[in-house]
Design a protein around this ligand. Structure first.
Ligand code: SAH
Length: 281
């Protein structure tokens, strides 16, 4: 597909440019630990011994710990995909450098397609697939997740790992409903703002500003799912489980400055880290 087929708006072009140019150590150094490159956040208990160790080894150990928590996040997402056969096909919508796709292939042995609007990311992830010798099963495409061009009913599972804040979720779930077969599963992990605290808090606005994204209210996800025959089966509030990751990251050498906004938003209750799994009916 040509660039103008994939990137339709100035907004999408600016997001693609951001990810094309992104070389943040918080993403690259963590991925270097074991070759699974994530652009999402972590969950779970922190091993605080990493903060106490000898000064020269401290930084490496913190980075490995942050990476472990990010991989744990991806594993939890995959736990919610339900049974996946090696003959099934999955879609990683907004696939970044491919970390979650490779973990999915490792677990299920099935075909995984990833789509991203960043050509640089797609090339990076395809090079990783070749290096891992899984390129016949794990493929990344320069495509827009709002219009993937993939076959109708071709997917047993689809996930979005921190990508929905870049798009209109009604449009997105319309595309996913087309791609999923009956009984297929969609899993989403995202930050969303709290309808109860009333609109976008200052901390949430800072997150939007930092990533040029638009965090959705929690309610919007459920309206968009319902409108597109996607019926929730699990909703997990991961907020308490992600706070330790952010506290550790704030004290690390790879802190980017956005840590305080996330911590403030989570602690004041204006923002949640949510997992939603839904079945296509
Ligand atoms: N899911 C990955 C990457 C998350 S970063 C991970 O967990 O590591 C956000 C990703 O969303 C980037 O790869 C960006 O290119 C992608 N993205 C944003 N808008 C998109 C769109 N309209 N279509 C496809 N990908 C998109």
């Amino acid at each position: 597909m040509t660039t103008s087929d994939v990137l339709r708006t100035d907004y999408q072009r600016s997001i693609a440019k951001y990810w094309d140019e992104e070389r943040d150590p918080v993403n690259l150094r963590l991925g270097d630990v074991d070759g699974f490159y994530h652009h999402h956040y972590g969950i779970g208990e922190v091993d605080v011994s990493v903060l106490a160790g000898p000064e020269d080894a401290r930084d490496e150990r913190i980075i490995a710990e942050l990476h472990r928590l990010e991989s744990a996040q991806a594993s939890l997402l995959l736990d919610h995909l339900g049974p996946v056969a090696s003959t099934d096909s999955l879609l990683d919508a907004g696939s970044g450098r491919g970390g979650t796709s490779f973990l999915a292939h490792q677990r299920f042995g099935c075909r995984v397609d990833g789509v991203s609007i960043s050509q640089t990311q797609v090339e990076f992830a395809n090079a990783q697939a070749a290096k891992r010798e899984v390129a016949s099963k794990v493929r990344f495409h320069f495509r827009n997740m709002l219009e993937t061009g993939l076959a109708t009913g071709s997917r047993q599972g689809i996930w979005t790992n921190e990508t929905t804040m870049y798009v209109d979720v009604f449009e997105l779930y319309n595309e996913f409903a087309r791609l999923l077969r009956f009984g297929g599963r969609y899993v989403n992990i995202t930050g969303c703002y709290n309808d109860l605290t009333g609109g976008r808090s200052k901390a949430v606005s800072q997150i939007d500003e930092r990533y040029t994204c638009s965090v959705h209210p929690r309610s919007r996800y459920f309206k968009a799912l319902a409108e597109n025959n996607l019926v929730p089966i699990a909703v997990v509030d991961l907020t308490a489980q992600t706070i330790p990751y952010w506290e550790l990251r704030a004290r690390s050498s790879v802190a980017t400055g956005v840590e305080e906004s996330f911590l403030a938003a989570y602690r004041e209750g204006s923002f949640h880290y949510l997992l939603i799994a839904a079945d296509k009916v």
